[in-house]
Ligand binder design. Structure first.
Ligand code: WT7
Length: 648
């Protein structure tokens, strides 16, 4: 552990704005009450919140039961999430969704209309024979219909799995087969960066040749109206809708019924299907939207995340709708047609809360630090970031240029597995410092622990970040792989702590600083990718013998990928840039654009131990331009290091 060292020394402190604080959902007194109730009586703490925030069909009797790490929350309770998101807010004459397309078409959907649209589509899904517990894949961009599809699944108790529409046909196929989905919902095509992306053609490729035997049907929403190939299994969304709007009673769901599966990368080649529950997930979504985003009914909340990621689930679709706010969704690229697109959308739609990723902030900064000056961003009252640590320079720019010094910034740490924010400032209360996600939220106990299970107590010393208590929105498992769930998250500390896979340190004020991952996972532009997954994509190319993937620091992406590759029989000479491009395209085809290596180097061999294990640690040193530190005595072929260094 001693090698986890911190080099950051940021200490600027930002006080909450007095006007913000006076209207905030939480104030120091309420926060103290919450924390002391949790300390005194955690069950009462969670029961109070669950009673207050969720509309139950039948009340729960127990709070957290089950043996570690198979916890169950609010077990006897009955509810339906779509009822919580939609039926609750009918008749208020309120907008639910403002949708803006890349071509600047705007559509507004009220809660009343959304209720009807979801009911009608639920009726269609029911009519084609889908039943509670069936899995449905949603492969769509972030448009109202993908939200309608998710909410309809929730209404019927179907388990949805949204696959980010930037993933390749092969990634889609693997996910469909992993969860044995019955139906895929997609669009004909959508626009990104001015180009037409043929989503339906990618689905066709995934389903081709009986590749996905469990799929019965593919529902296609006519989005751009582009020509598609229509197969026997295909159904048009508009053709399966009932001409008269049907109302479908929400399925009575148990608290612990699965709501969705969302795939995320881990340290093996195969993505993990993270399972989330109904009641517990909803509860943490609602309270964090209220506490961390200070969400109120008259807010216009724009979270720029795609619905294909957990952020899109918790802070676009479920949390804000359950809270009765208005969400803005933009189905396009941040820089299209110009790098000021975000600021333009905020001004035109009077967005009040804006949540995005550090990589987006850095990109937009680079394209024009003063571009926001042209826009009236005074509607904004709170800013958030997620996905990776935000560097202080970007934080300060965000606060000054976008937040006009008055908006609190919430740097939210969490994961696909945690379901909702875990460590984050309370706006209006917390003194913030650029680069730290500050302290755990009420109800969450975190620890920094060494490899032997001891608390790391010294200030600024790094260790493994763990969560010490169960919480309602924690993952319930990995689809079809109990052993991997235990091994990945619990085994290290004998089921006592949830292992996040991140390393972190605590400063003298008790603020948490995330330092990086402790496993073979990299974070590219705020998206998690397993290096093994990229390696297996590369080695599946017919010319490639071996590959090792590591990351290095990148100005805009946070981290970028460096792939070290050896070719079969020296197939192609070193540094053949055409072949590098072919290989990048290959990775794009296998996984998706986000996984394309920024740098590829070819060499005769890779550094290996005598037992044949690739020493990625050394490759990391090389990729990062660092001196090779640590032991190289187990290295079998020392000369290769010289060759690799010369290639760079
Ligand atoms: C990993 C989770 C949670 C939604 C987005 C990514 C990193 C996330 C922060 C932050 C530093 C962060 C961690 C975490 N991460 N938020 N505020 N500061 N690092 O979800 O794909 O499940 O990735 O993203 O490494 O473990 P994800």
């Amino acid at each position: 552990m001693k090698n986890i060292e911190s080099k950051l020394t940021e200490s600027r402190k930002y006080k909450p704005d007095a006007q913000f604080s006076s209207n905030a959902n939480l104030n120091p007194k309420l926060l103290k009450e919450l924390n002391s109730l949790y300390k005194k009586d955690p069950d009462k703490f969670w029961a109070n919140l669950a009673n207050k925030e969720i509309k139950w069909i039948k009340k729960f009797k127990s709070i957290c039961t089950g043996d570690a790490p198979f916890y169950q929350w609010f077990k006897e309770g009955k509810l339906n999430i779509s009822e919580n998101c939609l039926d609750r807010h009918r008749g208020n004459n309120k907008n639910a969704i403002i949708h803006i397309t890349e071509n600047n078409q705007k559509k507004i959907i009220s809660y009343d209309d959304l209720y009807l649209l979801v009911n009608n589509f639920s009726y269609s899904l029911k009519s084609i024979g889908l039943k509670k517990g069936d899995r449905v894949i949603i492969y769509m961009p972030t448009i109202p219909e993908s939200i309608i599809a998710m909410q309809s699944c929730a209404r019927l108790g179907l388990i949805h799995s949204v696959v980010f529409a930037g993933f390749s046909s092969e990634s889609l196929k693997n996910r469909i087969n992993d969860c044995s989905a019955k139906v895929v919902i997609t669009v004909d095509s959508f626009m990104r960066n001015g180009k037409v992306i043929q989503a339906k053609a990618i689905v066709d490729e995934a389903l081709m040749n009986e590749n996905c035997p469990t799929i019965d049907q593919c529902i296609v929403y006519k989005n751009l109206g582009k020509k598609i190939i229509f197969n026997d299994r295909d159904l048009w969304w508009h053709e399966i809708l009932s001409p008269k709007t049907e109302i479908v009673e929400p399925e009575v769901m148990s608290s612990e019924d699965s709501l969705f599966i969302l795939y995320t990368s881990g340290s093996t080649g195969k993505p993990k299907g993270i399972i989330h529950s109904t009641a517990g997930y909803l509860l943490n979504c609602i309270i964090t939207n209220k506490w961390v985003f200070d969400l109120k009914e008259n807010d216009i909340f724009w979270c720029t995340a795609d619905i294909g990621w957990i952020t899109g689930h918790s802070y676009v679709v479920y949390g804000p709708l359950a809270t009765g706010s208005t969400i803005l969704i933009y189905d396009g690229a941040p820089t299209f047609p110009k790098p000021d697109r975000f600021w333009d959308i905020i001004e035109n739609n009077k967005v009040t809360i804006f949540y995005t990723a550090p990589t987006a902030i850095r990109t937009l900064m680079k394209l024009g630090e003063d571009l926001p000056d042209k826009y009236d961003l005074s509607s904004l009252r709170l800013l958030g970031t997620v996905g990776e640590p935000i560097n202080p320079k970007a934080w300060v720019w965000y606060q000054l240029k976008i937040g006009n010094k008055k908006c609190p910034i919430v740097d939210t740490w969490w994961q696909t597995e945690t379901g909702a924010n875990i460590i984050a400032p309370i706006p209006g209360v917390t003194l913030t410092t650029p680069g730290t996600c500050t302290k755990p939220l009420p109800g969450i106990e975190i620890g920094i622990i060494d490899d032997y299970g001891n608390n790391v107590d010294s200030i600024n010393e790094g260790g493994n970040l763990v969560i010490k208590n169960p919480w309602p929105s924690m993952l319930r498992g990995i689809w079809g792989d109990k052993k991997r769930y235990l091994d990945t998250y619990w085994k290290k500390y004998n089921n006592k702590f949830y292992v996040t896979g991140d390393t972190a340190r605590k400063d003298k004020d008790g603020n948490i600083w995330i330092m990086g991952r402790s496993d073979d996972v990299v974070n590219i532009s705020g998206h998690r990718l397993g290096t093994m997954e990229i390696e297996s994509a590369i080695v599946s190319h017919q010319y490639v013998a071996e590959a090792a993937v590591v990351s290095y620091k990148h100005d805009v992406k946070g981290e970028a990928i460096h792939a070290f590759v050896t070719l079969k029989n020296n197939f192609i000479s070193y540094n053949n840039s055409d072949f590098s491009d072919d290989l990048r395209e290959w990775v794009k085809k296998k996984i998706g654009s986000i996984a394309k290596p920024e740098r590829i180097s070819f060499s005769d061999a890779l550094p290996k131990t005598r037992s044949g294990k690739i020493m990625r640690r050394l490759l990391r040193n090389i990729a990062r331009g660092e001196d090779i530190t640590g032991d190289t005595s187990t290295l079998e072929n020392e000369n290769i290091l010289i060759q690799l260094k010369n290639i760079l």
